[in-house]
Design a protein around this ligand. Structure first.
Ligand code: UDX
Ligand code: UDX
Ligand code: ADP
Length: 463
């Protein structure tokens, strides 16, 4: 079998960009991305894609309806495919055993059931969503128990390591492509077939072959290590603020040690995004389940440090504004969890906004890419408030950063958008209530210049 038809279940942040890049690099393969959401698919078929990713628009424009299709016809797409990617969401469970920690595999399980039900030919099933270790086994069990006679499945684990905002770049020049397979001849064959797809643009030495469980654990481990670096540097930032050390200087100093490396040492208001918190919670839950409590506690601390960092930053704003923000107007620059994305999942901005709203502040919020409705949904969510009407009255969402600062007491930077660096802060200062404050939660501005203009500047990791 040579793979000529791929189906991807789940048209989200992972499935959409991944399949767009596969379609671009493999013109001989027909790629169909399916989703149960009619709205999502309509967006993928429109001029305004459901997600913002630099470079993605162009690829979709080139390949859509050529060899890249977006559809709600899940069953037919599965039926005709040689290979099926499962890239549905695996959120943290909100109920039952493992609530708030374990991964909710309902969507993955639903995929396995529908694949078993509609398949009339052999298929390679590829788990792309981040899942707990041994999830592939569950998928295989569902497939084996429900399949039609003469239909065989191989399940591979092929976790996605793309980072939002640079997804296209990551997919085109991946550090590695990890494929885990069952340790049998058929498993090896399935690995070979999936490799052939990637070999259209990924050098062979970057394709890493492991057993299924190693592959699944590697994804959780990679995210845990990355998150740990941020919590580690943020913990050092706390020490800097209490002493006279400067976290930027410390980060440079440790980053030059080639064993440590310079990336991912940016102290911040805290990490967000759909993966780090979810995967760490999941890892901790797995450790507890395996009864290795010391390991569970070790990784839990990475999460606790992140919560501490978000709270510390929010509290610093309140303290600096003379211990009260009640009735004060505060500008928030940035709401996404990082720059170059419109995604707000687990964004530290939500935590900061909640703390300020709880204290009675009014917020003017500006983000270049996050949809207004998304900000409203996030801040009126039951996790954030019991009184959504009051929140709606306390927030204004702006389209212009300058306008958002007029008559406010402070600017709080929650996302490191490049455009915030270029703003005319002299003009902004003139329109603000004095003393005018800037809280730079991303350490992106020139603090000496701001101080010269007259701002009271507070940042992370520096006294
Ligand atoms: C360390 C620092 O590396 C060095 O920069 C500092 O100046 C002094 O402390 P050293 O203790 O001599 O140097 O050796 P190092 O290679 O860092 O190893 C320390 C311990 O960690 C050893 O027991 C080593 O076996 C262990 N180790 C190291 C591991 O178990 N795994 C590793 O991947 C690396
Ligand atoms: C992450 C992993 O990087 C990626 O490999 C995995 O597939 C999915 O999860 P993503 O969440 O998209 O990707 O973004 P990432 O760049 O890792 O940033 C996560 C969070 O950490 C952001 O809130 C970011 O602002 C923060 N961060 C990152 C820091 O605070 N400091 C840093 O030095 C790096
Ligand atoms: P990720 O960041 O992991 O890509 P997203 O939430 O962005 O997560 O995307 C997951 C997508 O999977 C959503 O658009 C959701 O509608 C879709 N989905 C979930 N379950 C199913 C299913 N059983 N069949 C088809 N699509 C599904």
């Amino acid at each position: 079998m040579t793979i000529t038809k791929i189906c991807c279940i789940g048209a989200g942040y992972v499935g959409g960009p991944t399949c767009s890049v596969i379609a671009m690099q493999c013109p001989h393969i027909k790629v169909t991305v399916v989703d149960i959401s009619k709205h999502r698919i309509a967006q993928w078929n429109s001029d305004k894609l459901p997600i913002y990713e630099p470079g993605l628009d162009n690829i979709v424009k080139q390949r859509r309806n050529v060899n890249l299709f977006f559809s709600n016809d899940v069953e037919n797409a599965i039926k005709e495919a040689d290979l099926v990617f499962i890239s549905v969401n695996t959120p943290t469970k909100t109920f039952g055993v493992g609530k708030g920690r374990a991964a909710d595999l309902t969507h993955v399980e639903n995929c396995a059931r529908i694949i078993a039900q509609v398949s009339t030919s052999n298929k390679i099933i590829v788990e792309k969503s981040t899942v707990p270790v041994r999830a592939a086994e569950s998928i295989l069990k569902i497939l084996s128990a429900n399949h039609k006679p003469n239909v065989k499945f191989q399940v591979l684990s092929n976790p996605e390591f793309l980072s939002e905002g640079v997804a296209v770049e990551n997919l085109l020049n991946a550090d590695r492509v990890l494929i885990g397979h069952e340790e049998t001849a058929d498993g090896f064959w399935a690995f070979k077939e999936l490799s052939k797809v990637y070999l259209n643009w990924i050098p062979e030495e970057k394709i890493l072959r492991t057993n299924t469980w190693s592959s699944e654990l590697t994804k959780l481990a990679a995210n845990a290590f990355l998150a740990q670096r941020i919590s580690s540097i943020n913990s050092m930032a706390t020490i800097c603020e209490e002493t006279g050390a400067d976290i930027s200087e410390v980060a440079r100093g440790i980053g030059l040690d080639s064993r440590i490396g310079s990336k991912f040492l940016q102290a911040s208001v805290g990490f967000g995004g759909s993966c780090f918190t979810k995967d760490l919670l999941n890892l901790v839950y797995i450790c507890e389940h395996l009864n290795i409590m010391q390991v569970a506690m070790y990784w839990q601390q990475v999460l606790d440090m992140n919560d501490y960092q978000k709270s510390r930053f929010s509290n610093k704003i309140i303290e600096s504004l003379f211990n009260t923000v009640t009735g004060k107007k505060i500008t928030m620059f940035g709401f996404a969890f990082k720059k170059d994305t419109g995604d707000t999942r687990e964004s530290p901005a939500i935590h900061v906004a909640k703390t300020l709203l709880d204290e009675g502040a009014k917020l003017n919020i500006y983000d270049p890419k996050v949809e207004h409705e998304q900000i409203q949904r996030d801040l009126t969510h039951p996790y954030v408030t019991e009184n959504p009407e009051a929140v709606m009255k306390s927030i204004e969402i702006h389209n212009d950063p300058y306008y958002a600062t007029i008559n406010t007491h402070a600017i709080v930077i929650c996302t490191e958008w490049d455009e915030f660096i270029e703003l005319d802060y002299k003009q902004i200062y003139r329109g603000m209530i004095k003393p005018a404050f800037i809280f730079d939660g991303r350490k992106i501005l020139n603090h000496d210049n701001l101080t010269k203009i007259g701002f009271q500047v507070h940042t992370i990791g520096r006294r």
